[in-house]
Design a protein around this ligand. Structure first.
Ligand code: HEM
Length: 413
């Protein structure tokens, strides 16, 4: 069945869908909650859209993350939404592997990438946030994606990893290439990924001889039952931390700011709470923004390793399954008034960071950056407003991530 044939269902994919996929997801949840579709790439995959099915599917060990299980895996396409990883030999990372390898690598990275390390990083995140806002605060207008949401996470993760400051603009350029042209191991993207891989391999090698207290040194030191990461595993780990942690956080800041600007009463409530020195609404608010219009539209690919049923649909061995987090997190069976942004929502076990063994390992860092970014913006630029009509904004295409290409804003300098 082609995408336009299903009676009454809004089209999946395309520009209009990218601007507001929620009506199409509501239709699927009601009429065909586990739906087989042909993706724009031509690959067929199942979309899981109800919260209960989504949560169960994310934790189902019969679904593998390893692309070797894809019945029709063709042409070395990236399966995580991370462009160029296969051509650069960076496939052995958390999002592409299953237990027991996943368990071993996750345990090792967890020893180095601890909530404590992230908490100690808070002053630096605040300094970066203020520095970026200083860059445009006097101008009265800015593109918040390019000048704020994009550089903040890349500099933050570079600092955390221990990439020297003088090299961080190279990372900014490589990451910019990937976010603009992501989706396949082609041309400039592939070159950027290779440059980054080579740089990381060399940096890891250097750090091994001269350990510091950065995350790369932590990864090299980490041991579990006498086992360490190999240099190749350490490079793939740094790469996945950069990529899983970069565009996601750009989108948290971009989508989050946009949602606040479109919901003035909620934004005013948050601004008031911040002015009163009350951070509780910021804590619940950041989770609500993740639920309401989260950075990750679909969890990364999973493949059935045996025939199984999800929500009544029969999935064959080798079929790809995409869990649509954006649809699950608006399921009225789970969330009261799901299409309403309610920053004080407390019954909010959203799936924005995934669920199960692949649950986001960077969630504490994402929360730290998201909270610093939104609170500082609203406090320093209190009359921040959209600088373009919502219909004129463009969303980046792509399956896994959901985010704006640009976010023009205006404010009193
Ligand atoms: C996994 C979301 C920020 C590192 C995931 C998954 C989701 C997610 C949904 C699970 C994917 C799946 O099951 O297919 C987000 C969101 C973020 C964010 C919404 C920002 C708001 C970060 C940051 C880092 C990071 C800042 C690190 C610096 C990772 C890694 C995994 C992961 C390494 C793979 C974990 C595993 O497979 O065991 N993230 N993430 N993420 N995330 Fe995040």
């Amino acid at each position: 069945m082609s995408e336009t044939q299903a009676a009454g269902r809004p089209a999946l994919f395309g520009w209009e869908f990218a601007a507001d996929p929620y009506p199409a997801y509501a239709w699927l949840r009601t009429h065909e909650p586990v739906h087989k579709t042909r993706l724009p790439s031509g690959v067929e995959a199942w979309l899981v859209t109800r919260y209960a099915d989504a949560r169960q599917t994310l934790a189902d060990p019969r679904l593998s993350k390893n692309p070797v299980h894809h019945a029709a895996d063709e042409a070395g396409r990236s399966r995580t939404g991370i462009p160029g990883e296969r051509s650069a030999g960076l496939m052995t990372h958390l999002l592409n592997i299953d237990p027991p390898d996943h368990t071993r690598l996750r345990r090792l990275v967890s020893k180095a990438f601890t909530p404590r390390r992230v908490a100690q990083f808070a002053p630096r995140v605040q300094e970066l946030t203020d520095g970026l806002i200083d860059g445009f605060a006097g101008r009265g207008e800015a593109d918040l994606i390019h000048e704020f949401a994009f550089p903040l996470p890349i500099y933050a993760i570079c600092d955390l990893l221990g990439v020297p400051r003088e090299d961080q603009d190279d990372f900014r350029d490589w990451a910019g290439m990937m976010i603009r042209h992501g989706g396949g191991p082609r041309g400039g993207v592939a070159r950027s990924v290779k440059k980054m891989r080579n740089y990381l391999a060399e940096l890891i090698h250097r750090k091994r001889a001269d350990l510091g207290d950065d995350l790369i040194s932590g990864l090299i030191r980490a041991s579990d039952h006498g086992e360490h990461l190999t240099e190749e595993e350490a490079a793939a780990m740094c790469f996945v931390l950069l990529f899983a942690g970069f565009e996601t956080t750009v989108n948290l800041i971009g989508n989050g700011t946009y949602a606040l600007l479109r919901n003035p009463a909620e934004r005013a409530r948050l601004q008031q709470a911040l002015a009163d020195g009350d951070e509780a609404l910021l804590d619940t608010g950041i989770e609500e923004l993740l639920r309401y219009d989260g950075p990750v539209e679909m969890a990364t690919w999973r493949y059935a390793t045996e025939p199984l049923r999800i929500g009544g649909a029969g999935i064959a061995a080798g079929d790809p399954v995409l869990v649509v987090l954006a649809a699950a997190d608006r399921d009225p069976e789970r969330f009261a008034c799901p299409d309403r942004l309610d920053l004080a929502r407390t019954d909010n076990q959203h799936l924005g960071y995934g669920h199960g063994i692949h649950y986001c390992i960077g969630a504490p860092l994402a929360r730290l950056e998201g909270k610093a970014a939104l609170a500082t913006l609203l406090t320093r630029l209190p009359d921040l407003r959209l600088g373009a009509a919502p219909d004129d904004l463009r969303w980046r295409g792509g399956l896994i991530m959901r985010g704006l290409r640009t976010l023009p804003v205006e404010f009193t300098p």
